[in-house]
Design a protein around this ligand. Structure first.
Ligand code: ATP
Ligand code: MG
Length: 420
């Protein structure tokens, strides 16, 4: 991609109305555009990051048997009255309104009712179970505190998986498989160190749920966690029986520490509540009817992106982990359009494209070197490659890892090897 053609320009100054670092950096870097409080539009750079996060999520969801669907955001009132949540959610977060014919509609803030009703159209017998369906879809919530940038949108993406089981034991097996296999892997692959944290059930269940919490000063949650890396037992403050500075009751060794954190994921055992409300029953071997046992499993891809920015940055900008970076390399050509360095950079750019190295090529001759280096640090791609008269004299190009203080001069062939 030629930066001179890239849709979305970097901004010199922080946007005035943003306090959260993730929003300031993502807007300044040209990843997203703020439409209004809690509503963000993704520009090409931001969408590339989001797509990479979603690709990781899809891989891990498919690996545990998930089948992808896409449910509607626009919902009729009667479906939500069956579960009794039209009123509850309406008072809390759900956008509800009338269409031109006077019909009451809402925008889904979550999809348990929708998933259960859809499953009822395809689950009849024990042979149809278990079943796992998921979507990566947009949710709407009338969030009061929309001050945390992409961490708390009023319109935001969620990956939500719903599992359907014949009994609680089967749900339990899948619940821990999703936790230990899929969720742990997703966050690690995204470069996040997430604590599996016991939390309250919220509007879903009276049992514990498990949240995935990433320690960060920008977090809106508080967790107590065991500092012993072999243990990592953690509880959300909302339900905590642990004490700051105390000894961990799980490993009887680590010190309990309190820290601000960001909830990037949440898994719930739902039991039979939604199945009963939505008419989701199956027949066992003897033809006897039972309500289906459900679980739900959420991740916010936009919040993951914001959390990565909060935890991977310095005073100059973002430092994307390799797995999420929108491009692997930022190639910068210094010098006028017809200069030797510029011609060499064009050649390297063409070769990188041919070799399948995702590269953002800064070919903007109207910007100073200082401005372009500042943009490269702000955008935060893992590798910076500079071609200039100076590097040409040394018969090479300058290569630097984002975050490293020192650069080095290497041959173009060496650059391809290192980056790929
Ligand atoms: P919070 O307590 O932060 O409001 P929640 O517990 O209500 O979040 P869930 O219903 O558990 O959220 O949603 C599942 C996941 O969706 C969350 O773990 C988070 O990653 C993401 N998410 C929830 N609300 C938002 C939001 N307003 N903006 C962006 N992502 C969100
Ligand atoms: Mg939650």
């Amino acid at each position: 991609m030629r930066q001179s053609r890239l849709f979305g320009k970097t901004l010199r100054e922080d946007p005035k109305d943003e306090v959260a670092a993730n929003a300031r950096l993502l807007e300044r870097g040209g990843f997203v555009y703020k439409s209004m409080a809690g509503v963000y539009e993704y520009l090409p750079l931001g969408l590339r990051v989001l797509d990479r996060i979603n690709a990781i999520i899809r891989e891990e969801m498919n690996a545990i048997g998930g089948q992808e669907v896409f449910f509607a955001a626009l919902q009729p009132k009667d479906r939500w009255e069956k579960s009794g949540r039209w009123k509850v959610l309406g008072e809390e977060v759900m956008y509800q309104f009338k269409d031109h014919s006077g019909r009451e509609l809402g925008l889904a803030s979550t999809h348990e009712e929708v998933a259960a009703e859809a499953a009822a159209r395809s689950i009849y017998s024990y042979k149809d179970l278990p079943l796992f369906i998921y979507q990566i879809q947009v949710k709407f919530r009338d969030e009061l505190r929309a001050k945390s940038g992409l961490m708390r949108g009023r319109e935001f993406f969620m990956k939500d998986l719903y599992s359907f089981h014949a009994d609680a034991a089967d749900l339990e097996r899948f619940y821990w498989k999703s936790a230990d296999r899929a969720y742990r892997k997703i966050f690690t692959r995204c470069g996040l160190d997430a604590y599996l944290t016991e939390a309250s059930g919220g509007t879903f269940t009276k049992e514990f749920t498990h949240e995935y919490q990433v320690l960060s000063g920008a977090g809106e949650d508080l967790i107590f966690y065991c500092a012993n890396p072999a243990c990592r037992y953690a509880q959300n403050r909302e339900i905590a029986t642990l004490q700051d500075g105390g000894r961990c009751p799980k490993c009887d060794d680590g010190k309990i520490t309190m820290g601000k954190s960001i909830e990037v994921g949440n898994i719930f055992r739902l039991g039979t509540r939604y199945a009963e409300a939505m008419g989701l029953f199956y027949a066992d071997k003897d033809g006897k009817k039972h309500p289906v046992v459900m679980g739900s499993y959420g991740i916010g891809p936009g919040r993951v992106m914001a959390t990565v920015v909060e935890t991977h940055r310095d005073e100059r900008g973002i430092m994307w982990p390799d797995a999420l970076a929108p491009y692997a390399a930022h190639l910068i050509a210094l010098g006028a359009d017809d200069s030797r360095a510029r011609k060499e950079a064009e050649k390297i750019y063409a070769q990188m494209e041919k070799k399948g190295i995702a590269v953002l090529y800064d070919d903007r001759a109207d910007k100073t070197a200082g401005e372009r280096f500042a943009d490269a640090d702000l955008i935060g791609l893992p590798w910076r490659v500079v071609v200039s008269e100076k590097t040409m004299e040394k018969k090479g190009v300058e290569i630097k890892r984002r975050g490293d203080a020192k650069s080095r001069i290497v041959s173009a062939a060496d650059v391809f090897k290192r980056i790929s």
